[in-house]
Ligand binder design. Structure first.
Ligand code: MGD
Ligand code: MGD
Ligand code: SF4
Ligand code: MO
Length: 867
């Protein structure tokens, strides 16, 4: 390893010079206050923060998808101050929707010195690719928008005409843009960004879609119901970081009302430290073994709610199997080891999951006998290789307690900002109305396979292997997959393979660094308002609120909206842009006009906004005036409509209540009409993806790179080359990779590798040491945070660090979690296995400069003296 060379380069790179600061400060109009990306700016920000004059304009930060509302004070076209929700007195029943530290960093982010100011071309790019290997480290050349649009459209045309539309690859969670589909389509990617194993298990086992995906499915209870729970089990749940405000408070109120809270997690996170009475410290991706042992303990003591199981589920025992299923395949006999000779006893599980036998026993008794109870989990434990098995086991054991469809009882996957507050939305935005142009190319590569597929020219659809020849990566839009999806090193290979990469973003994020043409995108303060997050058809993430972001400032520098870029490209390609997109004005108006709020008697919805003819004119749209609950002009100022709730109101909700009350009259949308503890369809569905297979019931099979993977010989207890497990949860300082360039947040919450003292000692590591963490997929540099809050043998690393890879050493100085998390050949059911990776840790005996002291990431321009 050429460590010294790497270090020298890093230190040279990171020396902040007064000169470089002044240069960028001048570019921002000489207002040092706007230099939020640098520490020098802080004093000036405080100075201007005393401003009181100007207009307060509402915004939501587009961060973690919460519905908090904040306001920017705009004076002379500049934001001089921010505040958050102060619309009414705060109370647990009718809480303010306050923005968190991430939302409050918006101004620092948007006015950061590292904004990309104009379109740029990679110096050594030329049509066909040029020196492709220089992607990520080449110099940049400033170009005009005309030239940028011309280059993109000419290269797109050449690639389409030479290699066909299937050689164009788009990266976007929302699918291909209408520009691309109208131009003949593209190869797409698919997979589950967020909910891991839930995507397939939930529909097959409950008949309802996974919670986060289809927002009108309701699988968890209204927040007031939590207060009727005697026991709440939080299985891998962390709203203290991932959804500040609301969800944490819902659990806090339940605790105040007397609920006991038990958390099950490899990480004693901030939610647990603030709320939990007990922590069950489980090893990552071994939850299934723990759950099976809990089931065993319940079964041998006859503690399961047999009446519930008989009436509402199939597959628990041999007498209640779905039609056509082999009776021997039932769950109970698997747990008892009737046919495989291995009882899934606490003793068996303990060696795998690391939880003591007595703890498992006690836990099983407690959850079986305390009623009503709520079993709540998130996406975390399901974002694992073979993540489906956790979901199967979690639902099965939850159902064994019978806590379904009753007040204070639930078994749910409930995360993000809907956590702890389920039920039909009480207020929702209208549909924007953009045309939907289907993608003529009917092929998509699964996320876990796509980077390899681009490199190798071969991809899989189910068990079938097909040839592909990707020539262009189209990365215009809201995502940063090269950083956010597993296999970042492989992704870099893919980016360096193709002829052409075009990307848009507001900073030199990873996707922009590895592009050939990098286009500066506006940020949400600079765009025409919109109501719904991303896709107009989806309602907001909190059933009680609707919020919006107004246009707060004019675009900085030469930044443009993605839609403007695509419109200009469309024109060059001979397409009529008016057939592709609605105008921003019309889309926003449609969302407003279609917004609905629940009627007081809960008999349906009524229009939310009153819109006069003058309003519609002012909005720049066409439409008919309408009467609603709230004047648009008021919403325009406030930015929020919030349903006023109180305990016992008419808006409460208990998931599966109708089914519980009368399962015959209200069957579930499953083949049996009941909960499917046994689902052949689920097993077949996963098998059809062509990767690993799972059983129709919850079974524990060690995942690749799970706990067992840390051993070279598990039976003998001999550790292997990568003896530790890594989990990469969502981090408090960022939203994925967004905000990793905000100095304030980096200073307050450094991006560290958390490690248990016992493990640290074993590897000669002390708190604050520089460390190299590596897996078979890559290596990163961080500092160690030694803490008792992590299970021994596990490293916790927040996701979203910006990749900063040195090609010579292959060390990622930015500490991107996905440099470590890799792709595997057989993970094809769409799961991103962010929480199953085997790693090792070594002391790095060089100085690690804290991220908050690093120079902002700025493009290096051709011929510029960057020293
Ligand atoms: N290791 C690990 N990785 C994970 C996860 C994990 O748990 N562990 N979680 C995953 C999950 S759940 C998710 S949802 C994904 C999210 O992954 P991504 O969707 O890639 O999210 P971000 O990293 O925030 O990247 C969004 C980028 O879009 C830019 N942007 C914002 N608005 C616009 C716009 O209007 N136009 C343009 N052009 N750019 C815009 C932002 O500046 C930012 O660079 O990450 C996943 N990655
Ligand atoms: N600050 C911040 N908030 C966010 C986001 C963000 O990037 N930053 N992203 C938003 C998005 S898009 C999403 S999808 C949600 C995600 O929110 P969640 O689905 O809740 O995901 P995480 O916060 O990553 O993980 C939750 C908990 O699962 C635990 N966990 C991980 N692996 C295991 C395991 O194997 N077993 C058990 N028992 N527990 C495990 C973690 O330690 C963590 O405490 O968050 C949203 N909120
Ligand atoms: S990050 Fe989430 S909780 Fe924080 S202000 Fe933004 S949307 Fe709200
Ligand atoms: Mo997500």
């Amino acid at each position: 390893m050429t460590e010294n060379k790497f270090l020298t380069k890093t230190l040279n790179d990171t020396a902040v010079t007064r000169r470089s600061f002044l240069k960028w400060s001048a570019a921002l109009g000489g207002t040092a206050a706007l230099a939020g990306g640098l520490k020098f700016g802080l004093k000036d920000v405080e100075k201007v923060s005393a401003e009181t004059e100007g207009e307060w304009k509402p915004f939501r930060c587009m961060g973690c998808e919460a519905t908090c509302i904040s306001y920017a004070l705009v004076k002379d076209g500049r934001v001089v101050r921010e505040k958050t929700d102060d619309n009414h007195p705060d109370s647990p029943e009718y809480p303010l929707q306050k923005g968190c530290l991430r939302g409050r960093a918006r101004r620092t982010l948007i006015y950061g010195v590292d904004r990309i100011k104009y379109p740029m071309k990679r110096k050594n790019w030329e049509p066909g690719g040029g020196k492709k290997e220089l992607r990520g480290k080449d110099e940049w050349v400033r170009i005009s928008w005309d030239e940028a649009i011309d280059l993109v459209s000419t290269e797109m045309k050449r690639i389409k005409e030479t290699y066909g539309n299937e050689s164009i690859f788009t990266l976007n969670p929302n699918g291909a843009s209408n520009l691309i589909t109208a131009y003949g389509g593209c190869m797409r990617s698919w997979g589950m960004l967020s909910c891991g194993g839930w995507i397939k298990t939930h529909p097959h086992m409950t008949g309802k879609q996974a919670y986060m995906v289809f927002y009108d499915e309701h699988t968890s209870n209204d927040r007031f119901e939590l207060q009727n729970s005697k026991l709440i089990v939080l299985w891998g749940v962390n709203p203290s970081w991932s959804s500040l405000g609301g969800p944490n408070n819902h659990y806090l109120e339940a605790k105040r009302a007397g609920a006991k809270i038990i958390s099950v997690d490899p990480f004693f996170n901030n939610t647990h430290s603030s709320l939990s009475d007990e922590w069950i410290a489980v090893r990552p991706a071994t939850d299934t073994a723990l759950l099976l042992a809990v089931a065993y303990e319940m079964i041998v003591n006859n503690l399961q709610d047999q009446d519930f199981l008989d009436k509402y589920t199939v597959g628990f025992d041999k007498d209640h199997m779905p039609e056509g299923a082999d009776p021997q395949g039932n769950f109970k006999d698997y747990v008892l080891g009737t046919y495989d000779g291995q009882p899934k006893s606490p003793e068996w599980a303990s060696t795998i999951c690391g939880v003591e036998v007595n703890t498992i026993r006690h836990f099983a008794h407690e959850i079986a006998t305390t009623k009503p109870a709520s079993f709540i989990t998130s996406g975390g434990p399901a974002r694992a290789r073979r993540g489906e098995q956790f979901c199967q086991a979690f639902l099965t054991v939850g159902w064994m307690t019978g806590n379904v469809g009753l007040s204070g009882a639930e078994v749910s996957d409930s995360y993000g900002n809907k956590a702890g507050n389920g039920g039909p939305v009480l207020v929702k935005p209208g549909y924007g109305g953009d045309p939907v142009i289907p993608n003529p190319v009917q092929m998509a590569m699964v996320y876990d396979d796509m980077w390899d597929a681009i490199v190798k020219g071969e991809f899989a659809i189910g068990p079938t292997s097909l040839k592909c020849d990707i020539r262009m990566i189209y990365d215009i839009g809201y995502s940063n997959f090269i950083n956010s999806l597993p296999g970042t090193n492989r992704a870099i290979d893919a980016y360096r393979k193709v002829d052409f990469v075009v990307a848009s973003d507001s900073f030199l994020t990873t996707k922009m660094s590895y592009a050939d043409i990098a286009l500066p995108a506006t940020m949400n303060w600079e765009r025409w308002p919109y109501l719904a997050h991303m896709i107009g058809a989806f309602s907001s993430n909190n059933r009680e609120t609707l919020t919006y972001t107004s246009k707060i400032i004019d675009p900085l520098f030469e930044a443009k909206d993605d839609q403007w870029m695509e419109t200009e490209i469309a024109k060059k390609l001979g397409l009529d842009p008016t057939t592709l997109f609605l105008s921003d004005q019309q889309r926003f108006y449609n969302q407003l006009a279609g917004s609905q709020v629940v009627k007081d008697d809960v008999s349906g919805y009524e229009p939310l906004f009153t819109l006069t003819a003058d309003d519609i004119k002012e909005l720049g749209a066409t439409g008919e005036p309408q009467q609603g609950r709230m004047e648009w002009q008021e919403f325009k100022k406030k930015g929020i409509y919030q349903v006023q709730r109180h305990k016992g109101d008419q808006f409460g909700f208990i998931a599966y209540k109708a089914f519980r009350d009368d399962p015959v009259a209200n069957p579930l949308q499953t083949p049996s009409g009941k909960f499917q503890i046994y689902s052949q369809e689920l097993s077949d569905d996963v098998a059809s993806c062509g990767g690993y297979t799972i059983a129709p019931i919850a079974k524990y099979s060690p995942p690749d790179e799970g706990y067992e993977g840390t051993f070279s010989d598990f039976e003998k207890g001999e550790k292997g080359e990568f003896p530790l497990q890594l989990i990469t949860p969502h981090y408090i300082a960022r939203v994925h990779s967004t905000l990793d360039n905000v100095t304030w947040l980096k200073e307050a919450f450094p991006h560290e590798a958390w490690i248990n003292p016992v493990t640290a000692k074993k590897y000669g590591i002390q708190h604050g040491d520089g460390v190299v963490v590596s897996s078979k997929h890559g290596a990163i540099i961080r500092t160690a945070k030694v803490s008792n809050r992590i299970v021994p043998g596990v490293i916790v690393l927040g996701e979203g660090g910006w990749v900063k890879r040195d090609d010579a050493t292959m060390l990622d100085r930015g500490g991107c979690a996905n440099t470590l998390v890799g792709v595997t050949g057989d993970n094809k059911s769409g799961i991103q296995a962010y929480n199953t990776t085997n790693v090792k840790i070594e002391k790095w005996d060089q100085v690690v400069v804290p991220d908050c002291r690093l120079e902002p990431r700025l493009p290096k321009f051709e011929g510029e003296n960057n020293g």
